[in-house]
Design a protein around this ligand. Structure first.
Ligand code: AMP
Ligand code: MG
Length: 389
């Protein structure tokens, strides 16, 4: 069971609703004018061209007119102001001439009431959102319109992030001070950045050496404090890939290896009560397996209702190189053709899993089916927009 807490409306941004949320009020709460003009009692169907109305008062936003409007009368009214008793329509000021006492309809009013009826947006008691929904900015606006200042959300799970590898040097190390054979550590930073908008508490657990004892001690400690543990590297078949064996001995390994490119050596298991994701070390593989596998699982841990990623149909503007075997997710850039609006997608250069440059300019993943060979220009493919992942 995920625990629940009360937060302020703005504090709920990005969080997951723990209870269904209902509007306590009708929206709008009273009939009001959609335009600046004159509220009259004539029916919308009635032709009022040339009619004269006696001006009997003013209704402004926040300052309603308290009387009735009857035949031959009008009330000066502004957008958002309550319509007076008896009003059937609001004539636009552009269609009227007003000398302060009498209003003459000089234009041809459109056959609309220009009145926003009480409850036309929402009625009191109606469902704003079910539990499991993530609060976005549009929802913040909707909930505020219903007067909601606090709401119940799920507590954020703690996600611990490690990198592994003797070759990794901290960013900021001067290039001339890098030990021989070292590279800068990037996966942990990319992962923490990818988690930034999620309703989780990210714990930066640093880098681990390729040493089974050190990995064991660190994972055991993290398992006591984290709900999810994420590592990168050390899950492949090399002599220095110790992460998988440590997880097997310390907890359980539920699966290892997927028919996925990039990202084949992904490991999933449990350490005490924590979920464990051992993401592959190649930087592109780390990101792709996070987006497609670990992220949805973490969102589910947050109590969110998880839906499959958005997939769109597009036509290849550049060819895809692929050999049968694994489903591949290449980085691509899509856009609509100006003439037909059809989506076209081009592949962002060399797709080797060490090349973070393949994300440069990318706005989608191009899904290449496991049984596909090379795909020529013009082939129809499925794309997964990155903004929706
Ligand atoms: P591994 O799975 O540990 O063999 O790593 C595969 C490749 O990814 C190797 O070239 C590693 O140097 C590289 N790699 C692993 N972890 C990281 C990291 N955190 N940042 C950058 N590169 C990494
Ligand atoms: Mg390694």
């Amino acid at each position: 069971m995920i625990r629940v807490e009360q937060v302020t409306l703005l504090g709920a941004l990005g969080r997951v609703l723990a209870q269904p949320l209902h509007s306590p009020v009708d929206l709008p709460p009273f009939d009001n004018s959609a335009m600046d003009g004159y509220a009259v009692s004539t029916e919308v169907t009635q032709d009022v061209r040339g009619s004269r109305f006696r001006r009997i008062g003013v209704s402004a936003a926040g300052h309603p007119f308290s009387g009735n409007v009857g035949p031959g009368e009008c009330v000066r009214i502004f957008t958002g102001a309550a319509t007076p008793e008896g009003a059937q329509r609001v004539l636009l000021q552009e269609d009227c001439e007003d000398d302060g006492e009498t209003v003459v309809v000089t234009g041809t009013p459109d056959p609309r009431s220009n009145i926003r009826a009480r409850g036309n947006d929402l009625t009191a008691g109606s469902l704003l959102d079910p539990a499991g929904v993530r609060v976005d900015a549009f929802r913040v606006g909707r909930y505020a319109a219903s007067g909601i200042s606090h709401l119940a959300v799920y507590e954020r799970p703690t996600v611990g992030v490690f990198s592994t590898g003797d070759e990794l040097a901290p960013i900021g190390t001067p290039p001339e001070a890098l030990p021989p054979g070292s590279i800068y550590e990037s996966n942990r930073h990319a992962l923490m950045a990818l988690m930034a908008g999620l309703p989780v508490i990210v714990e930066d657990l640093g880098g681990l050496p390729d040493d089974p004892q050190a990995i064991r001690a660190a994972l055991e400690d993290a398992a006591g404090r984290c709900d999810v543990i994420i590592t990168s590297g050390g899950v492949s078949v090399g002599d220095h890939d110790h992460v998988k064996a440590v997880v097997e001995s310390l907890g359980s390994l539920d699966f290892w290896r997927l028919n996925l490119k990039p990202g084949k050596p992904l490991a999933f298991g449990r350490l005490k009560q924590a979920l464990f994701f051992g993401l592959p070390g190649n930087p592109v593989s780390t990101i792709i397996t996070w987006l497609l596998i670990a992220r949805p699982a973490v969102l589910a841990m947050c109590g969110a209702k998880v839906v499959p990623p958005l997939r769109l149909q597009a036509r290849l503007a550049s060819e895809v190189h692929h050999s049968r075997g694994r489903t591949e997710f290449q980085r691509g850039r899509y856009g609509a053709t100006p003439q037909s609006g059809e989506l076209m997608v081009e592949i962002c250069g060399d797709q080797a899993s060490n090349r973070l440059s393949s994300f440069d300019g990318a706005n989608c993943l191009v899904e290449v089916p496991a049984d596909a060979d090379d795909l020529p220009v013009g082939s129809s493919v499925q794309i997964l927009p990155l903004h929706a992942l």
